[in-house]
Design a protein around this ligand. Sequence first.
Ligand code: ARG
Length: 495
Amino acid sequence: MSKLLRGGRISSARKDVVEFTASIKSDQKLLEAVIKINQAHVTMLLEQQIIKPSTAAKLLAALNEIDPKMKLDQTLEDVHLAVEEEINKKIPKDVAGNLHIAKSRNDQVATAIRMALRTSLHDLINLIVTLQDSLIKLAEKHTETLVPSYTHLHPAQPVTFAHILVSYVDALQRSIMRIKGALPRINLCPMGAGAIATTSFPINRERTAELLGFSAVLENSIDAVGSRDFILETLADLTILATDVSRIAEDLIVWSSPDFGIIDLPESFAFTSSIMPQKKNPDVLEVIRARMSQILGNFVISATTLKALPSGYNLDLQELTPKLWESIETVSASLYVLSELTIHLNVNKDVFSKDVLHYSTTTELANLLVKKYDVPFRMSHKIVGAVVKTLLEKKLTLLNLKSELVNKTAENVAGITLAVKQADIKDSIDPKKFVESHNTLGGPAPAEVKRMLKNRKQLTAHSKKSLETHKKGLEEADLKLKSAIHKYALTKIED
Ligand code: ARG
């Protein structure tokens, strides 16, 4: 327990109560930001002539000595006191004691979370892009690989494996856009808001914000210390991302079942049963699917914590922060494993040898009667439906279909005379031809999917570039801060 805040208003303390209330266990992630905030704050205090150059020099030199990877003393309340304690160990108390002029843990913690979060979100976007890259690489090998698409988990229509993979890439792209969209609201600086009402010292909030790489100040001081909608917004974005990741995992689980036989998991990503020697279970994917629920859980916990809190700072807010880090770590680990698995995935190129799947071309048989035999679609739908029923009753597949059955059914069901040719039927129920003919924008035709893939590759390249730009922006702010520290810490210690 830190003695810094004891002996004034509160003198006694119980270790167990402090430990219970502390945030130190999940504060490690904030240490680097808290050190920088203190450095920027001291720099600003000096430039505003609020503290003497000699004080600033000693404070900056001492702050510079703290290792941002230092293990936090777990007996302390939080990272803010941990840093202040360090400074107190390094320099005389009368100097160290001025570190906290015109700031509070309330504005400091809100600032630190925003700083750590923007970096974490850049890393997260990077992982999403890596998964997109893996999906695109796999898709390039499977633009001709025929697989059934499913509606209601029943075979619907033939597509290609690449076509499905592009659908994942696109869903992930929207997650990237949502996270990028949140960043400008995250990258605002609460410093200077103090505990809640700013300060009477003549501070310069813009300067602190600039030194910390923020795009602007989070203006209203009550809003600055008391708002956590940026956490809720991030968790909402993560929840949507997790929903997609979980759906991808679910698809892979289903497809890897021998009943479906669409994919074969790489051995290093599969597990066997302790009793059934034949088993190759998709355990990794099941863990991903389950863990993704925790993200929604954390969103709900955070939303219910925030709702009906009185305005201003409340320590309830502290309890949100670990949920944020936990969610980012959980999604990140799953994204990583999923991209590794994707690269090594084996896809069955012969799925359509299963007769039963041929029924998925039936729509095209109905289209044939419309296109070549002038039957209205609704009527054709009925005739072909009745044809399928008859085939199924006779335990036959679409491959056994004879033109006579179509013509006879047309007579029985719709009272029309048709002379459908066998060759036309053959073409319309061919899954390869089905896919090739579905060359509408966004469709499964290999040429169309190749076009989409080319475009998606440009998107991922663009994402990487814009990550670089953001990173550079933060590095520039770091340089500004470093040169200020260098200049002021080396100032001749005379006032
Ligand atoms: N550990 C706190 C948090 O994470 C820091 C702010 C504490 N402020 C206070 N007034 N007790 O939010």
